[in-house]
Design a protein around this ligand. Structure first.
Ligand SMILES: Cc1cc2nc3c(=O)[nH]c(=O)nc-3n(C[C@H](O)[C@H](O)[C@H](O)COP(=O)(O)OP(=O)(O)OC[C@H]3O[C@@H](n4cnc5c(N)ncnc54)[C@H](O)[C@@H]3O)c2cc1C
Ligand SMILES: Cc1cnn(-c2ccc(OCc3ccccc3)c(C(=O)O)c2)c1-c1ccc(Cl)c(F)c1
Length: 490
């Protein structure tokens, strides 16, 4: 009996990867009384001086919060998370426009410190006597059927371990998934995007206060370049620049960097401080961004979760949230199937693989939308319209971002909703467009000529549809353009 839970038979769980998802999984399994061995290739981040990380803080939203709540970490979120009630859009002239994230009181996202969250979860799991951490252990081999694993440890030596269940939480370049990829019927796809990112810091101002409004997700949408800033507890902002690598490659001198930022993000230059900006920019190599989709998520007695199963580009702020949701759903299935791994693993793939694939696609779609069709004005207009329609028809027009971020609607349903919304917008655009043309013609043409016009236009219409049929792909593009142009242009 441990903490009111009946102690599971001495089933040994191996968690490969002690990042955000691995450490949350350790909490779940520990609380159920399992034997847990967590293997992490890096050193213990709790004692390391500097941790090379991907993003210093992250946006936590409903899906991730539900998982943290399930292991009793809601308190951590409340004390250490910083709510962001709206996006603050920064214009080129330095003016800012806020658009609230939602009409509901709980519609806000939370800026959370990655390292602190990781440490808190490791500390929570380590309290359990049956949990053991093995840092500086990199998985190099794994037999998915027997659960036998080989780890390389410092000094080039290797050690062997075995487990009843192997959980691959080892990130986008997962070694566990690497073994699965050799199996027949295992599908795998990865894609690097042309954008990279660097993280800068916007320090507190001279009075020691936040340099910008605190409870906002600050966004500088500049078509192909995007800058965002999320608040930290030390009153700084972690400021991330997303930009194509080919542009990074052109910014090789301090002058080029200064000129670029002055031209593109003039207000940010003042807030970050020009010297600090140039120095940290020149000292940082841009990191890459990758999407990974695969199927199934299990093989033999191994299962993968988090970025190992569905790494996505960060343009939805959902990667960690999706990985945390994997943990929550896996443990709900464990309860449902009474810890029978032979039933839980296939059920996990069946339930979560379509959703993992959907959020990877949704994030990629956002990347395209935000890159191609977004500057300050169109971003602002799009968000104002989303909120207006949502208030008007709360049950039918739920903005995609709201559905993904503030509900537990399966990601696969959010993608269906996206296609429906896009269809409605396209139809509305055609109706809106033709109505405006007809009204304009009525205003300038006497009625008699209108009949001629209609006669001609049907003939023109027939010709046009013949031409259109011949250039289907052209229509596809123009529809895409129309769909988006209508949203942002009129
Ligand atoms: C710029 C950026 C911004 C982001 N912003 C957000 C955001 O706002 N909100 C959000 O929800 N998500 C965000 N994400 C995504 C989020 O960071 C990831 O989804 C999340 O970190 C995935 O956690 P994970 O534990 O699955 O993988 P990881 O965090 O990658 O952890 C994997 C762990 O496994 C270890 N490991 C790797 N290989 C091995 C091996 N062979 N043996 C042993 N250990 C191994 C690694 O050292 C690491 O500790 C962002 C990502 C980026 C890059
Ligand atoms: C870290 C985090 C948490 N959420 N979001 C996020 C993502 C997308 C959004 O809109 C998509 C859209 C805007 C305009 C037009 C179409 C789609 C919004 C929003 O609604 O403001 C917020 C991010 C984020 C991450 C990276 C970049 Cl580059 C970025 F800008 C924001």
């Amino acid at each position: 009996e441990i903490n009111g839970h009946s102690v599971a038979p001495s089933k040994r769980i191996a968690i490969v990867g002690g990042g955000l998802v691995g450490s949350l999984n350790a909490c779940f399994f520990a609380q159920k009384g399992f034997h847990v061995d967590l293997y992490e290739s890096r050193a213990d981040i709790r004692t390391a001086t500097k941790v090379a990380g991907r993003s210093i803080n992250l946006a936590l939203s409903h899906r991730g919060r539900a998982a943290l709540r399930a292991v009793g970490l809601e308190g951590h979120i409340t004390t250490e998370g910083i709510p962001m009630y709206a996006r603050m859009i920064h214009d080129l002239d330095g003016s800012t426009h806020a658009v609230p994230y939602g009409t509901r009181p709980d519609h806000f996202i939370i800026s959370i410190d990655r390292r602190r969250l990781n440490e808190v979860m490791l500390n929570m799991a380590e309290k359990f006597p049956l949990v053991k951490f093995h840092f500086n252990h990199r998985l190099v081999k794994c037999n998915l059927e027997s659960g036998d694993m080989t780890f390389s440890i410092s000094g080039g030596a290797t050690v062997e371990h075995t487990a009843d269940l192997v959980i691959g939480c080892d990130g986008a370049h997962s070694a566990v998934r690497g073994v699965m990829e050799k199996k027949i019927l295992f599908d795998f796809k990865q894609e690097y995007i042309e954008h990279g990112y660097v993280e800068l810091e916007t320090p507190a101002d001279k009075s020691g206060d936040y340099a910008m409004a605190k409870n906002y997700l600050h966004i500088w949408p500049r078509d192909t370049f995007m800058l965002i800033a999320l608040p930290n507890l030390d009153r700084s902002f972690t400021t991330t620049l997303f930009m194509p690598f080919k542009q990074f490659d052109q910014l090789t001198t301090e002058t080029a960097v200064t000129n670029f930022f002055r031209a593109t993000f003039p207000d940010a230059v003042k807030l970050i401080g020009e010297n600090h900006l140039v120095k940290s920019f020149m000292d940082t190599k841009p990191s890459s961004l990758i999407s990974v989709k695969c199927k199934p998520y299990h093989s033999g007695r191994a299962v993968i979760m988090g970025d190992a199963a569905h790494a996505m580009v960060p343009f939805y702020g959902q990667g960690m949230n999706a990985g945390f949701l994997d943990c929550l759903m896996f443990h709900e299935l464990m309860d449902q199937y009474n810890d029978n791994f032979d039933l839980v693993l296939p059920a996990f793939t069946k339930m979560m693989q379509p959703n993992g694939e959907a959020i990877v696609d949704l994030a990629a779609y956002n990347y395209i939308e935000m890159r191609h069709l977004v500057n300050t004005w169109s971003y602002y207009f799009r968000k104002k319209m989303d909120n207006f329609l949502y208030r008007l028809m709360p049950n039918s027009w739920v903005p995609r971002y709201t559905m993904v971020t503030f509900t537990l609607t399966p990601y696969s349903k959010c993608i269906e909703h996206r296609d429906w919304q896009d269809k409605m917008l396209t139809r509305a655009a055609w109706i809106g467009g033709t109505t405006i043309v007809a009204m304009a013609l009525c205003a300038v043409l006497p009625l008699a000529q209108m009949e001629d016009y209609l006669e001609h236009s049907t003939r023109i219409g027939r010709t046009f549809s013949r031409v259109v049929r011949g250039t289907k792909s052209h229509l596809g593009y123009s529809q895409f353009f129309l769909r988006h142009a209508w949203r942002y242009s009129n």
